[in-house]
Design a binder for this molecule. Structure first.
Ligand code: SAM
Length: 227
C-alpha cells in the first residue's frame, strides 16, 4: 500500500506549422503512480496529526471546562512592575496562581532570587513551564499541575494573579484565610471587590494588596473575605 500520486499530462496534437490560434481541443490524460510508502508510516503520521489536533482543542477549551480564566500572557514589562511593586526579596516565596508559560515564576527566581511556585491546570502550559524551568536550571522554581483553589498558600510571601474579576473574588476568602499577616497579593487588570489596594498603578492596571489580620485593622478586608 502506498500513497497515490496523480499527474496531469497535456497531449495537444503536434502541429506541423504553428498556427496563430489553437486548432484542436486540449486532451488531458491522468496517470496514477503508486509510491512504495509503507502503510504504517502513513498511519503513524495520521495518528500524530490527530493527537496534535486533540491537544490543541483541549488547550483552547480548557478554560471553559474548568470555568476559569484562559491563558493570556502578562507583558514582560508588567511582570517586572508587579514584582517591583511587591518588593519581592531574595529568599521569599512567591506563588503565581495560573502560571501560564511560567514567565512570572522564572523572573521571580532568576532576577529576584525568590523561591517560586507556579500552579497551572492546563497540561500544555504546565509542560511549557516545566521545560522552561529546566532549561533555565532554576533549582528554586517549580510548577505544580493542580487547581489553585486547592493549593496550600500558608507559606507564601507574595501571590501574583492575572485571572478574571469573578475568579479573584472567588479566591478572596481563601487568600485571607491562608496567607500570613503581611503577605502581598499583586494582581494585573482585575481587582478584589471590597478590598482597597495599598498601591495601584491605574494606568497599567497593577494593584497590590497586603493581607492584614490585626483586629479592627482593615475591617473591609476581613468582612468581605467571609463571603
Ligand atoms: C491569564 S493567564 C495568566 C498566565 C500567567 N500568570 C501570566 O501572567 O502570564 C491565566 C492562567 O490561569 C490558568 N488557570 C485558570 N484557572 C486555573 C485553576 N483553577 N487552576 C490552575 N490554573 C488555572 C489558565 O490555564 C491560564 O494559563
Amino acid at each position: 500500500m502506498g500513497l497515490p500520486r496523480f499527474e496531469l499530462e497535456s497531449q495537444a496534437p503536434k502541429a506541423r506549422r504553428m498556427p496563430s490560434y489553437p486548432t484542436a481541443p486540449l486532451r488531458v490524460k491522468v496517470k496514477l503512480y503508486i509510491y512504495p510508502f509503507p502503510f504504517w508510516c502513513v498511519l503513524y503520521l495520521a495518528i500524530a496529526v490527530a493527537v496534535l489536533c486533540v491537544v490543541f482543542l483541549v488547550s483552547k477549551l480548557w478554560p471553559a471546562l474548568i470555568k476559569s480564566a484562559p491563558w493570556d500572557p502578562t507583558p514582560m514589562r508588567i511582570v517586572n512592575e508587579m514584582l517591583d511593586m511587591a518588593e519581592l526579596k531574595k529568599g521569599e516565596k512567591l506563588y503565581d496562581l495560573g502560571c501560564g508559560d511560567g514567565r512570572i515564576v522564572i523572573a521571580a527566581t532568576r532576577h529576584y532570587g525568590a523561591s517560586s511556585v507556579g500552579v497551572e491546570l492546563d497540561p500544555i502550559r504546565y509542560a511549557i513551564t516545566r521545560i522552561r524551568i529546566r532549561a533555565n536550571r532554576l533549582k528554586r522554581a517549580e510548577v505544580r499541575r493542580e487547581n489553585f483553589f486547592k493549593t496550600d498558600l500558608r507559606d507564601a510571601d507574595v501571590v501574583t494573579l492575572f485571572l478574571y474579576q469573578s475568579v479573584n473574588n472567588r479566591l478572596r476568602a481563601k487568600l485571607f484565610r491562608e496567607l500570613k499577616d503581611g503577605a502581598r497579593v499583586v494582581t494585573y487588570i482585575w481587582t478584589f471587590d471590597g478590598w482597597e489596594p495599598e498601591k495601584a498603578d491605574r494606568k497599567n492596571r497593577v494593584y497590590l494588596y497586603r493581607v492584614t489580620k490585626k483586629i479592627n485593622n482593615n475591617k473591609d478586608m476581613n468582612e468581605s473575605s467571609r463571603s
